[in-house]
Design a protein around this ligand. Structure first.
Ligand SMILES: Cc1cc2nc3c(=O)[nH]c(=O)nc-3n(C[C@H](O)[C@H](O)[C@H](O)COP(=O)(O)OP(=O)(O)OC[C@H]3O[C@@H](n4cnc5c(N)ncnc54)[C@H](O)[C@@H]3O)c2cc1C
Length: 481
């Protein structure tokens, strides 16, 4: 029986464990915090649970007047800016933590039921290198100070990342916070400064604003979400500002200092911003230090991320890596896919190398921004020859009925064949709407095929079909010309 040891029990690790067990291997997962990993315990699941409350607040705030809802006879007029609904953050956070622990428990049960051994402890590669039988040693440091040695025919490293900290902005867990610490707050921050306007910063800034905080978003770049579709980022920034967020562009935070019940954030130009709380969202550091990786021949890049190929092999024979610690694409779905691919490869099953061009991702702001396939940046850099169309949701009948004004559907297709190669949806629940475009990209469907499928009338997805139709007409007209 092939022995597999997996270090790290997040999506990269536990999904791999399930596949390896199904393929008949003897599998051990070593995790120091609990199965589900950061994805379930501190990052993805908790943030989306918090955002579920924020989403209800935004929907209510932005549409109750327009849709004719009466809250109470003495509801103040909108211009008085008074809120008619509020949030008990302590209660919200208790729900967040309860759901996270329950999900970790469910995963542990599923993995154990599949016959996998789960060990609580810190894993690292043993100093012995590769044995004569090709196996590797994994050492597990337990909480009681003991160390256990395991032998494995293949090892998977899936240890994830932790939040990066600025040297002069050390989190104290009360007023200066990382994204893993916000769920201990009992009361809503009155004035929250969010440092960092990538996906994590933007999601939390939008969520806390919806919950009722005054939010300042400190962005070192020209606009929020520098890695996303520029049109989508522009819509979001416009919405943030319209709702009263103070978005500070081209502003780099140097330090954050707690002064009593206040926090002062100093920018590189000397400006000092004051708030009651500060959330640092300035990137992450891979959990790869002190694990005996380089000693075992596993190459790391300058950021400490593990170098892997498209079947998750590292540079050391018998050692695979998956998920955020590889820096390939920081998503739970990609981590899980990399982990599964590693196991298919290690256990001699049919394996398809990782294809990042069909990955669907979403920014959980309001509106959401969902993306799949080739992007505007790919087209601009000449990585893909594609024509694009952008259809604002303003013209969509369902959007009008629901009072939705912000957002669009964008499609990219090959000029000759009309094959759909990418798309962006900016809308409420864009994460659900992107799936039809994902199917098209994954299956090389043409704009004619996407336009030809029925959509419900009225529906937001009607805009996807309409965009495909317009691309088809444009392609036909250009062909005639
Ligand atoms: C705020 C936030 C929100 C996010 N939201 C989403 C989202 O909505 N959708 C999405 O797809 N992605 C989201 N992500 C990204 C997603 O969380 C990660 O891509 C995912 O967690 C990566 O999984 P992983 O298995 O690589 O690592 P992790 O989930 O980080 O798991 C790694 C595990 O390994 C353990 N570990 C580390 N070192 C050792 C060691 N030496 N020995 C034993 N165990 C160890 C850790 O304790 C952890 O349990 C979000 C990230 C953040 C920060």
């Amino acid at each position: 029986m092939t022995r597999i040891v997996i270090i790290g029990g997040g999506p990269g690790g536990y999904e791999a464990a399930l596949v390896a067990a199904q393929l008949g291997a003897e599998v051990t997962v070593v995790d120091r915090d609990g199965l589900g990993g950061s994805a379930v315990l501190t990052d993805c699941v908790p943030s989306k649970t918090l955002i579920a409350t924020a989403e209800v607040m935004t929907t209510f705030d932005s549409s109750y007047e327009e849709l004719g809802i009466i809250v109470a006879d003495d509801t103040p007029p909108l211009e008085q800016q008074a809120r008619v609904v509020g949030v008990d953050l302590g209660k919200v956070n208790r729900r967040v933590k309860r759901l996270a622990i329950a999900q970790s428990h469910d995963i542990t049960q599923a993995v154990t039921r599949a016959g996998v051994t789960v060990l609580r402890g810190k894993g690292r590669l043993g100093p012995g290198g590769q044995g004569v039988d090709g196996s590797r040693e994994v050492l597990v440091d337990h909480e009681d100070g003991s160390t256990e040695s395991l032998r494995a025919d293949a090892v998977l490293i899936a240890t994830g990342v932790h939040p990066r900290e600025l040297p002069d902005a050390a989190p104290d867990g009360e007023r200066i916070l990382t994204w893993t610490q916000v769920y201990d707050l009992e009361e809503l921050p009155r004035d929250l400064i969010v440092v960092g306007s990538g996906v994590t910063g933007a999601e939390f800034a939008g969520a806390y604003q919806a919950l009722g905080s005054n939010v300042t978003l400190v962005s070192s770049r020209d606009r929020v979400l520098p890695g996303e579709d520029p049109d989508a980022a522009e819509v979001l920034e416009e919405v943030f500002r319209r709702r009263g967020m103070n978005v500070m562009s081209r502003s780099r935070a140097e330090s954050a200092k707690r002064i009593g019940d206040k926090v002062e954030v100093t920018l590189s130009d000397g400006t000092v911003i004051e708030g009651t709380h500060c959330l640092m969202a300035v990137g992450s550091i891979p959990n790869t230090a002190g694990m005996g990786l380089e000693e075992a021949g596993v190459h790391l890049n300058d950021w400490g991320q593990i170098k892997v190929d498209r079947v998750s092999r590292t540079t050391a024979p018998g050692v695979y890596a998956a998920g955020d610690c590889t820096g390939v694409f920081m998503l739970a779905s990609v981590a899980a896919m990399q982990g599964r691919i590693a196991m298919y490869h290690a256990l001699g099953d049919a394996v398809q190398p990782l294809n990042l061009k069909t990955v669907a991702s979403n920014v959980f702001t309001d509106p959401e921004i969902a993306t799949v396939g080739y992007t505007a940046a790919d087209v601009q850099r000449g990585k893909m020859d594609a024509v694009e169309i952008k259809l604002p949701l303003r013209g969509n009948p369902r959007a009008k009925m629901q009072g939705i004004r912000d957002g669009f559907v964008k499609l990219f297709c090959r000029p000759g064949t009309g094959i759909v190669v990418g798309g962006v949806v900016v809308a409420p629940r864009a994460s659900e709407l992107i799936h039809s475009i994902s199917l098209a990209v994954d299956n090389n469907l043409t704009v004619e095929q996407v336009a030809g499928a029925f959509t419900v009338y009225p529906s937001l997805s009607g805009s996807t079909a309409e965009a495909a139709r317009q691309l088809h007409i444009r392609k036909r007209d250009e062909g005639d010309a």
